[in-house]
Design a protein around this ligand. Sequence first.
Ligand code: NAD
Ligand code: IPM
Ligand code: MN
Length: 367
Amino acid sequence: MSNPSLLILPGDGIGPEVMAEVRKVIDWYGENRGLNFDVSEGLVGGCSYDEHGTPLTDETMARAQEADAVLLGAVGGPKYDNLDFSVKPERGLLRLRKEMDLFANLRPAQCFDALADFSSLKKDVVAGLDIMIVRELTSGIYFGEPRGIIEEGNERVGINTQRYTESEIDRVARSAFELAMRRGKKLCSMEKANVMESGVLWREVVTEVGKDYPEVELSHMYADAGAMQLCRWPKQFDVIVTDNLFGDLLSDAAAMLTGSLGMLPSASLGAPMANGRPKALYEPVHGSAPDIAGQGKANPIACVLSFAMALRYSFDQGDEATRLEQAIEKVLADGVRTADLLGEDGVTPVSTSEMGDKIVEALTASL
Ligand code: NAD
Ligand code: IPM
Ligand code: MN
């Protein structure tokens, strides 16, 4: 049988820096665990625009559709801020999500014990935290029509449309209930049914889907109150399901519960392919971090943890995913820190590449 294929799209800014560390981990699995992948690389984002005049070529799009999994670094940067919307780096990523129909975006926020002191929240609020945000990723205000900037009278109007069909809500709700069944059997759905019709429909459909999952304790919360509760007592949550825009905001907020945006991985999953694997793209939640790009300061853990999610959700290697997560936990417990994880303790930070080496060392020690 041929090896599973993995398309790597490092992207812009710190994307290629953190992806280089993931490559070390992938090589380690090939050499030590007999897990081999057919790895190929491609361009997405600003680097693709520079080369081809588009943030994603049709050829790369087709390769992504065929791959068993796609691993992406990050896209964007100030150099591209004034480009037309249609060719902005972010559009490359949005096209991948839309055309691969990756409707369920899993964004776990786990607080590693070694970092419990580092969060801006009190230690007892975040210690032991393990929650999963399921963000709808292919619809809502990100893609709704009409959109644009139009002239109206003597001024311009910016328009975006929040739009959800019942089936779009149904399928992401089912993904969230399925996850809740495998975790703590608690699901909180967040919308703004008090002011948005799409929120009213969201609440109705999620409640209906919930009848198929009687074991899961379902609750509903307005998304603004949910943001507050995430900061007040995040451990009340197990799985959260929410729309595209609220999920974007809530998952960045959740990132800080874990200490740094540089710690948060994600999996974007679609329907199963012919081989039974879900269409899938894995990427860190953070962006291209232009402020630290090119300086060897980026934390590669979010990207490495995204590969761990690929092992678990695309390649049926849950034990190896756990091995990798535990290796990272050990490195952090040993006090190894990139600059974003520094507290007041006077530790000298390691570089991106040194962090990758330490993770590989911990993997070897786990054998
Ligand atoms: P960002 O996530 O790039 O950076 C926010 C802050 O977090 C910065 O101070 C950065 O230095 C820090 N940070 C982020 N990742 C880090 C890491 N791994 N290690 C250490 N520090 C890290 O968000 P931004 O500054 O709002 O956006 C910059 C660009 O990235 C924009 O063009 C934006 O559109 C894009 N972006 C892309 C993605 C993606 O590719 N998925 C996600 C978010 C933002
Ligand atoms: C994310 C990012 C993206 C989003 C951008 C870069 C398109 O912020 O993945 O969280 O808004 O979804
Ligand atoms: Mn975001």
